[in-house]
Design a protein around this ligand. Structure first.
Ligand SMILES: *Cc1c(COP(=O)(O)O)cnc(C)c1O
Length: 396
């Protein structure tokens, strides 16, 4: 056997599967069993106490779910990984495991809508202070960190305005005050960015998006040092936000083509972002791969590709959004992203549906924005589709 370190492409296909195969099957079985039986009580006890490998009850662990965790663990280059029913379960379990009353959290204003709800609505009820900084102002974030905090929470690129945070720089600042650093890597995926290698302690994903890639299963995952992951796993096994075996299987199957999908989506999104930036009906395009992006230099340094999501503003505002979206032929108008099909929508019905218009404004998320998650269709077909939909708009 070769001892060369496998590439992310090979890991997407093979990681986590070899150990979980059954009776010569080449695919991981979906183990639809709630519990696991033992003839021998001492053996049962050894498994229950973690002295021997095996499973007791599927709220805790399950073979199909474990194969999914192992694949993401290897792709993120982590020591350990644990999974959840959804991305939000991964985020809330991580925060509620690591934080206690009196703690202080530093993050940014425009995290994913659900995450921002935890920061603004739920954590304060437990006397946890949350300081949300301007996302692009790294100096201000460093000042907030230097005031002392238990946890720094990052998301890069952000949803839906594709802001980029300098992960290595902010992680270093947080470690100087002894904080734990958590990063949401949903938009980049492990193919484009590995936050653990940039210095964060825990990386998490909504597997519902690019990891699964087919918009047919919800899931979440957290990876990092065993010390933290075991604590988060323990909280999850008790509160019960467990990933379903069938969902784990669908996510595993989707991940086998992760590298191919991301490669295509990176390439298409960059071409489409450049195309949109030249159209008179478009006032602004947000994409880290554009030289005009505020933190294009940071993105180049920390990402291998710029991802499959971009967003843009129409000169005609929300009225133009209303006229434009129904004209698209190759796009679902829906709330998710990261699928094989292109998906488009405004933040009010997608990433920030849980927030009020005032909250979105405070976060710097314009109502007239369109988030465009590029699928794996032919790039030229998507550009022709956008061109015809734009042609129907008045130019102001
Ligand atoms: C969708 C999303 C989440 C939440 O994931 P769910 O699986 O829908 O719970 C978290 N973070 C980001 C960046 C997302 O896009």
């Amino acid at each position: 056997m070769s001892d060369q370190q496998p590439s992310l492409s090979t890991l997407s296909v093979w990681a986590g599967e070899e150990k979980s195969l059954w009776q010569g099957a080449t695919q991981v079985p979906v183990v639809h069993s709630v519990a696991f039986g033992y003839q021998d009580v001492d053996n049962w006890l050894d498994v229950a106490l973690g002295r021997a490998p095996g499973h007791i009850y599927s709220r805790n662990t399950n073979p199909t779910v474990q194969a999914f965790e192992e694949k993401v663990r290897q792709l993120e280059g982590a020591e350990a990984a644990t999974s959840f029913a959804t991305g939000m379960a991964a985020i809330s379990n991580t925060l509620f495991t690591l934080l206690s009353p009196g703690d202080r959290v530093v993050s940014v204003k425009d995290t994913y809508g659900g995450t921002s709800k935890i920061f603004l609505e739920f954590l304060p009820r437990f006397q946890i202070e949350v300081d949300l900084c301007d996302t692009t102002d790294h100096a201000a974030i460093e000042v907030a960190i230097a005031q002392g905090c238990r946890l720094l929470y990052l998301e890069s690129p952000t949803n839906p305005t594709l802001k980029v945070m300098d992960i290595a720089r902010l992680a270093q600042a947080a470690h100087q005050v002894g904080a734990i650093v958590v990063a949401d890597n949903t938009f980049a995926t492990p193919i484009n960015q590995n936050p653990l290698a940039l210095g964060v302690d825990l990386v998490l994903h909504s597997a519902t998006k690019f990891l699964g890639g087919h918009a047919d299963a919800l899931g979440g995952v957290v990876c990092g040092a065993r010390q933290w992951v075991e604590q988060i796993y323990h909280f999850r096994e008790i509160n019960g936000a467990t990933l379903e075996p069938m969902a784990a299987y669908l996510l595993l199957r989707g991940m086998k083509t992760l590298h191919l999908r991301i490669r295509q989506q990176n390439e298409s999104a960059l071409q489409i972002a450049r195309f949109l930036a030249e159209q008179p009906q478009v006032s602004q395009v947000f994409y880290p791969g554009l030289e005009t992006h505020t933190h294009h230099d940071v993105a180049r340094r920390q990402m291998r590709g710029f991802g499959g999501v971009l967003s843009f503003m129409l000169t005609g505002g929300f009225d133009a959004v209303r006229a434009f979206l129904p004209q698209l032929r190759y796009a679902h108008r829906a709330a998710n992203l990261g699928a094989v099909e292109t998906i488009a929508g405004p933040p009010a019905t997608t990433s920030h549906v849980e927030c009020t218009p005032e909250e979105r404004e405070a976060m710097g998320i314009p109502e007239g924005l369109i988030r465009y998650s590029v699928g794996i269709e032919e790039t030229a077909d998507l550009m022709a589709d956008l061109r015809q939909a734009l042609a129907g708009l008045d130019i102001r």
